[in-house]
Write a protein that binds this ligand. Structure first.
Ligand SMILES: NC(=O)c1ccc[n+]([C@@H]2O[C@H](COP(=O)([O-])OP(=O)(O)OC[C@H]3O[C@@H](n4cnc5c(N)ncnc54)[C@H](O)[C@@H]3O)[C@@H](O)[C@H]2O)c1
Length: 319
């Protein structure tokens, strides 16, 4: 059974690592793959790394056929996620929505059953409205996404669930929390890069900057494990699943976690330049009970373990 992992970045490379560790040879497809960074996460000799673009639907069909793909984990998204989509909405909308539709269509026409797609916990956090409290007859029954990026993720979830309902595809939309973890390449979201830079600064004896707001994180290895569970689970019961640490992290807690790895590290709380979007307007964390019940997912990395693991990885690979 060959798995196609689309998007070989922060999360996709970890998905490939898990599959390789259990003896599979996944196909990793990316339009701008960064082999040096991917090779620090997964042995490149044990994956098939190909150049491919989700905005070219026929080429996805070709990949599915030529590599006998049985299931897909689709993790590609616009550069810099929320921040990137605020700067270039059209490109993000096109890539996130049409790119995912192309993957789902390719699955539909080739009869491939399971597609796991990356959504985001921004749909738990970047919301406003819903004044009509779920009353279907009124216009503002439900809260709406407040950024372009979260609007694309909401569309992707709804479209995937309709492909499941009408086209026989088993679909999982995974709402990852803000992800951080080992990765030396470009990409990832604003928060992913903030924590990596904070850790890099702390390790170099410089002052680290941590976002001033409360955040809901997940370690990239857990995000990937949740993804593989969604690929594997026998009775998926297509749906949307929260994949987070299951806790909100305050700036002080993040600072303490960094200082536990780098004793004496100086940490300041500041929105990094260019953030421009408030981090969240809610302070309650995602409910993981559905992910636990259907996928058997529970985070293995709580904050301190995650920051420690990242610190060890950065000492080894990023000097
Ligand atoms: N990083 C986070 O904090 C976070 C949080 C929640 C959800 N997510 C979601 O998880 C998924 C993976 O995020 P990530 O942090 O690994 O991102 P990433 O930027 O590290 O990786 C995404 C990869 O997709 C590739 N890609 C971009 N356009 C493509 C195209 N047209 N065709 C093929 N590949 C293309 C990029 O080259 C990149 O390698 C995304 O869908 C993202 O929206 C991320």
């Amino acid at each position: 059974m060959t798995t196609l992992v689309i998007g070989a970045g922060l999360i996709g490379s970890q998905v490939a690592r898990i599959l390789v560790e259990r003896g599979e040879k996944p196909v990793l497809m990316d339009s701008a793959a960064q082999p040096a960074a991917i090779g620090q996460i997964v042995d490149l000799a044990k994956v098939t790394l190909i150049v491919g673009d989700v905005l070219r639907p026929l080429s996805i069909v070709d990949v599915l056929r030529s590599h006998s793909i049985a299931r897909i984990a689709h993790t590609a998204a616009n550069p810099l996620l929320t921040l990137g989509a605020q700067k270039d909405p059209y490109a993000a909308i096109n890539l996130n929505i049409m790119g995912t539709v192309n993957v789902l269509e390719a699955a539909r026409v080739t009869g491939l059953k399971r597609v796991v797609v990356s959504s985001s916990s921004v749909l738990n956090h970047y919301l406003d409205g819903g004044e009509d409290g779920g009353n279907f007859g009124k216009e503002e029954a439900f809260p709406r996404p407040t950024t372009f990026y979260s609007a694309t993720k909401q569309a992707v979830e709804s479209l995937g669930l309709n492909y499941a309902k009408w086209c026989g595809i088993e679909f999982a939309g995974l709402r990852y929390g803000a992800v951080f973890g080992p990765w030396s390449g470009a990409g990832g979201g604003g928060p992913s890069n903030i924590i990596r830079e904070a850790m890099r600064s702390a390790l170099a004896g410089k002052e680290a900057t941590v976002p001033p707001g409360v955040m809901e994180w997940v370690y990239s290895k857990d995000a990937a494990r949740g993804t593989v569970l969604a690929l594997d689970t026998k009775d998926l019961g297509s749906g949307v699943f929260n994949i987070t640490m299951g806790a909100m992290t305050t700036p002080n807690e993040m600072a303490a976690a960094i200082q536990a790895v780098v004793p004496g590290a100086k940490v300041k709380f500041e929105a990094p330049a260019g953030t421009g979007v408030s981090l969240s307007n809610r302070d309650s964390h995602a409910d993981l009970s559905r992910a636990k019940r259907h996928l058997g997912f529970e985070p293995q990395f709580r904050l301190q373990d995650a920051v420690k693991d990242l610190g060890e990885w950065m000492r080894r690979y990023m000097g």
